[in-house]
Write a protein that binds this ligand. Sequence first.
Ligand SMILES: [Zn+2]
Length: 328
Amino acid sequence: MAEIPAGFFELETDRILDVFPTPTLIRLQGEKPAALFVSILLHGNEYSGLKAVQAILQKYQSHLPRSLAIFIGNVEAAAQNMRVLPGQTDFNRCWPGTEMEPNAETALMQQVIDLVTAEELFAAIDIHNNTGTNPHYACMTNVTRDNQHLAAMFNHIGLVFKRPKGVSTMAFDGICPAVTLESGKPGDASGIQHATEMIDALLHMDHFPQRDIAPHDLQLVQSLATLNIPDDVSFDFNLSAQADLTFEPGFERKNFTEIKPTDVFAITRVPRPLRVTNQDGEDVYDEVLRIENGKVYLNKTLMPAMITLDKYIVRQDCLCYLLVDYVQ
Ligand SMILES: [Zn+2]
């Protein structure tokens, strides 16, 4: 699609199928030819990216400072306000580089990459939301100078990750600077504004700075471990609940705060209430956690991120990540 479709500016996700019945790539010509690629709604309920793109196109309409390619991802899930529909492929796990068996979605993302990389790209950003309360931050899968500058445009905290495979940002590594923007909870006004301002800046930039980033401009962290709750372990965010594993109700406020080895992380009545894996998918349970008298502790000071209290997402994705400072 080479123009903004009718009804786009008023579009809300519950009616998205009226305008975008299928995942859609919109390519708009601008003054500078190297295009900015923006993917939105790869997770259907994370609609801040749609609001940001609406604001940008409203502002520039037919006089874009730079060409813009917009990919509107999981419209079916978006219409239902779901991250992904039950049984459906996660649209941010099926990009080139994925470990998934080939299917309709891996073919679709390959087609998107082939189309947008046929011409020069300036940068690629993929806009997401968190379900929990988190600061805004960018994620990168390759620590290049350009990616660090790109991340620092969003916030002073950047997350480096190598897994899961098949995310959009990773598919652009080696092609153009690329980051994922985690812009707070869906619809959060400051997250939308922040993402909009970043797109606006990228539409005007001529090139990325040719110098290394100053250390105070970007703190890079990486995930040491992913915490999952096994399907046979019941859990609740209420310490008095009858469940195998319980967390305090304000658990999500621990996002991006340090948890010391003496702080109680959770309460459990089963011997191994969590699955703990590193970036390579290996079990690192005993390295990371210990249980003493029914209390779960971390073995070293770590910072959780992307904690969600949404039980469906905990089962479908994970409970949280545990971060440490990034070392090359
Ligand atoms: Zn997401």
